[in-house]
Design a protein around this ligand. Structure first.
Ligand SMILES: [Mg+2]
Ligand SMILES: [Zn+2]
Length: 179
């Protein structure tokens, strides 16, 4: 299986310091859905792993988050792409869960549910914690410079071997060209 794991906010859609709380606030980054569509059409299984502490903070509920994801999937389907599954951490930073990135719990859930070996699987994020979760699970960390990505690169301390791309379109370009 050709598997790729994507963070959501700042990778697929615009991030917001005020959280993405409604379907209207979910706005895809230019070229991101097209990139996912190209990957799925080339046989890649695309999975999303996203921290959604806005749930724990009471900023939105699960019904609203589902509505956001229905919008994301619908816009992606219109371009011929699909997301196999969306894994999310609903907890806050002080809840002591094992799934909130930088911990690798969601990655391990993905491995179990898809019966996949995560070694070398590209895991794309815009924040250090995405890359740390990826590295902790044996994935290959890929940083995109959209969302928080420029700040993340500037702060440094990236896990060894982190690859840096302008955006998700460039990630897809490289993965598809390597095939
Ligand atoms: Mg992000
Ligand atoms: Zn969690």
């Amino acid at each position: 299986m050709k598997l790729i794991i994507l963070d959501r906010d700042g990778v697929i859609n615009r991030d917001s310091d005020a959280f993405v709380k409604t379907p209207d606030e979910w706005i895809p980054l230019p070229g991101s859905l097209e990139a996912i569509a190209r990957l799925t059409q080339s046989g890649w299984t695309v999975v999303v792993a996203t921290n959604q502490s806005g749930l724990a903070r009471g900023l939105f509920d699960m019904d609203t988050l589902n509505a956001i994801h229905i919008k994301m999937r619908r816009e992606l389907a219109a371009l011929g792409g699909s997301i196999e599954a969306i894994f999310l951490c609903p907890h806050g930073p002080d809840d002591g869960c094992g799934c909130r990135k930088p911990l690798p719990g969601m990655m391990h859930d993905i491995a179990l549910r898809l019966d996949a070996d995560l070694a070398g699987v590209p895991a794309v994020g815009d924040s250090l914690r995405d890359l740390q979760a990826a590295a902790a699970a044996g994935c290959a960390p890929w940083l995109v410079l959209t969302g928080n990505g420029e700040k993340t690169r500037a702060k440094g301390n990236l896990p060894p071997g982190t690859r840096v791309c302008a955006n998700l379109a460039e990630v897809a370009d490289i993965l598809l060209q390597d095939e």
